[in-house]
Design a protein around this ligand. Structure first.
Ligand code: GTP
Length: 406
């Protein structure tokens, strides 16, 4: 294919992507409006539900919740048994050996968690690498296509290909097999984080956790609390998602599992009041890290912005000396939608880091590369399972090595 045609195709592709993005945003707006309408209607309907029905719904909710808590508890017991077994085996290890084993365990979990994504990305990338012997425009185009399909998105794929081409030229590479190495290097480079992005864990900090419903906010908070506590930090949790009693209960469950204190009030109480109490508690108990859950189900962007603004105001006024960290939690199984969500949240809050959850259950993990490249916000943590230990600091070298099965 001629260079001119190739460029024309690319321009068309970019245009198409823009259209899709526009459609998504418009759809989101429509959905938002529809959600408001539906919620208003539901509210009216709900008011009409008799008390009896109301109670039976609540009862059902409670038993569902109890069931899921039971499931979680079974997981915990199983995890503890495995942990105890491992501890028994590890008793005679030197600290260095232990470090090595931990690293291996971490990496093993990452490799396992990224299985579907690896099959997705590597499957298509390797297919291109193996089916071409010559590096030409057709090869580049197929490779770019493979990256787009693997959820890296058009913009990221174009950026990668541009860098890749100039490196191929610079290093006079002729063999497509060597392009694999270059691609790995390029991805590591793109996703590299500064070493100091976790400095907040060594300071007095307030970590505000934001994100829409169901992305894994509460689970992430539990995992973070466990991790920080394990590193000797005094942690307090604040249940500032006051919309549902179940959300508060769920956080209480995680605070028990992590063995940290929870500050909460009743359902529907003012989130600002919860944060106020939590800040006072953090100061009084000289805690290191205060992690605040927030609601993700406010009607629209304006409400959400207003709610977060109130919370920030309280933190800034009452705890100005604390470092403020804003972690946006995104569900990687939603692929490109997660990127769109991040763009919308970026307008609402000064996000300092991203937590990408559920990487273990998806083939769309390539979205981590797109998020890191397009948003310029570091992916700080990744969720690779539902257990309390299944949250890892993001390491670009490990991530790419696990992705490329190295
Ligand atoms: N496989 C997997 N599941 C996860 C991960 N993180 C969270 N989950 C699951 O995702 C589901 C939703 O998680 P929650 O923590 O309740 O999500 P949330 O954002 O707090 O949702 P709300 O409480 O409804 O606001 C739960 O079933 C979690 O176990 C992960 O990294 N991997």
């Amino acid at each position: 294919m001629g260079l001119f045609n190739w460029k024309k195709n690319k321009a068309k592709k970019a245009e198409k992507e823009k259209e899709i993005e526009k459609d998504n945003l418009i759809n989101d707006d429509i959905n938002e409006q529809e959600n408001v309408d539906i919620e208003e209607q539901q509210q009216l309907e709900q008011e009409n539900i008799s008390n009896e029905e109301h109670q039976s719904i609540e009862q059902e909710d409670i038993s569902n919740e109890e069931q899921s808590l039971q499931d979680v508890n079974t997981d915990v017991i199983e995890e503890q048994v495995i942990e105890e077994d491992t501890n028994m085996e590890d008793q005679n290890d030197t600290p260095e050996e232990e470090k090595g084993k931990n690293k291996k365990g971490f990496f093993g979990k990452l490799v396992k968690g990224l299985t579907k994504t690896r099959n997705n990305i590597l499957g298509s990338v390797d297919q291109v690498l193996n089916s071409f012997t010559k590096i030409d425009e057709d090869f580049y185009e197929e490779l770019e296509e493979a990256l787009i399909i693997a959820d890296l998105g058009v913009n990221t794929a174009i950026k990668i290909m541009e860098d890749l081409k100039s490196k191929v030229k610079e290093q006079k590479i002729k063999d497509t097999a060597q392009v694999r190495e270059l691609l790995m290097e390029e991805l590591k480079q793109l996703m590299k984080n500064d070493g100091d992005i976790y400095d907040f864990t060594e300071k007095k900090s307030v970590v505000l956790v934001i994100g829409v419903n169901g992305v894994g906010k509460t689970t992430t908070i539990g995992k973070l609390a466990h991790q920080y506590k394990d590193n000797g930090k005094k942690v307090i949790l604040a249940a500032a998602d006051t919309f549902r009693a179940a959300a508060i209960d769920q956080l209480a469950e995680w605070s028990n599992r992590a063995g940290v204190e929870l500050i909460s009030q009743q359902e529907n109480s003012d989130p600002g009041a919860v944060v106020f109490d939590a800040v006072q508690a953090a100061k009084a108990r000289n805690s290191d890290i205060l992690i605040c859950d927030t609601a993700g189900r406010l009607h629209n962007k304006k409400n959400l912005m207003e709610e977060l603004r109130k919370i920030f105001k309280i933190i800034n006024r009452e705890y100005s000396e604390a470092h403020k960290e804003v972690l946006l939690v995104l569900d990687s199984t939603t692929g490109q939608n997660a990127l769109q969500q991040a763009k919308q949240f970026k307008d609402i809050a000064d996000i300092t880091g991203i937590v990408l959850t559920k990487l273990d259950g998806t083939a769309k993990g390539g979205i981590a590369i797109a998020i890191q490249t397009e948003l310029n916000i570091p992916v700080k943590y990744i969720g690779v399972g539902e257990g309390i230990d299944d949250l890892q600091k993001f390491d670009s070298d490990d991530f790419v090595n696990a992705l490329f099965d190295q």
